[in-house]
Ligand binder design. Structure first.
Ligand SMILES: NC(=O)c1ccc[n+]([C@@H]2O[C@H](COP(=O)([O-])OP(=O)(O)OC[C@H]3O[C@@H](n4cnc5c(N)ncnc54)[C@H](OP(=O)(O)O)[C@@H]3O)[C@@H](O)[C@H]2O)c1
Length: 215
């Protein structure tokens, strides 16, 4: 598949390499392809193209959103709403507020009865959004290794076929998928990021992942 990764930060870079390792054709999107980190990334990953947000959204048959949460409106406008069409869009973003964490607890700019994913879906209503990758560190996103077995990736979204495609991708990346249902489930999945970050901020532990145990 042609995969357009919108976001040149660490998450975008890790997922771009992961999709490439699985045989997909990847473009990494940024506002500025001349940015030092992006030039370095392209030099080190010659199979991966870089482009503007607009070029990347147009390129992708499947799109990944790996952008700073609060910039979602600006990024979608730069990428061009029409370029999302009815494509599958993996949403890895979190609505992290600018205010610093309190005792390791991040602040969100959303309230408990809404999610960033729902705000994004309103901008691109025909896109098949699937939440994934938001509540694990970038170091464990691809082929995570735990002695307890495969960790669980919580996903949600309104389109069942899109979730099946994303579950297949997650299997190839070494994850078990836990489908939490429709888009409103993002109100529960996004805050898992707050929980995931606490051991990081208070104990400098950043390598854990969630697993759903079932009796
Ligand atoms: N870091 C992790 O391990 C981790 C794990 C799970 C989920 N997440 C989530 O994944 C997302 C990406 O995280 P990240 O750490 O890779 O990077 P990030 O710094 O949160 O986002 C970087 C991307 O956002 C774009 N951006 C930033 N401000 C912007 C603005 N004002 N207007 C337009 N674009 C803007 C940047 O554009 P340029 O390319 O032009 O610089 C870049 O592409 C976040 O929502 C984060 O919460 C992160």
């Amino acid at each position: 598949m042609k995969v357009g990764i919108i976001g040149s930060g660490i998450v975008g870079q890790v997922l771009a390499k992961a999709f490439t390792s699985e045989g997909h054709e990847v473009m990494l999107g940024t506002r500025n392809t001349s940015k030092e980190e992006v030039v370095k990334f392209k030099k080190e990953n010659q199979k991966i193209d870089t482009g503007t947000f607009e070029q990347t959204a147009a390129f992708g048959e499947l799109i990944v959103l790996a952008i700073h949460g609060s910039s979602y409106e600006e990024v979608i406008n730069l990428a061009g709403k029409k370029n999302f069409g009815d494509k599958i869009v993996i949403d890895a973003t979190n609505p992290i507020a600018a205010a610093p964490p309190v005792n390791g607890v991040l602040k969100f700019f959303t309230s408990p009865d809404e999610s960033l994913m729902e705000k994004i879906q309103k901008q691109i209503p025909h896109a098949k959004l699937v939440k994934a990758f938001n509540s694990v560190g970038n170091g464990q996103m691809y082929k995570p290794k735990y002695k307890e077995g495969k960790p669980s990736m919580f996903i949600c979204g309104n389109d069942d076929a899109a979730k099946k495609t994303v579950a297949d991708i997650l299997s190839s990346f070494g994850w078990e998928t836990e489908d939490m249902g429709k888009i409103e489930a993002a109100r529960a999945i996004e805050p898992l990021c707050i929980l995931w970050c606490i051991p990081g901020f208070i104990h400098n532990q950043w390598t854990h992942a969630f697993k759903l145990l079932k009796a």
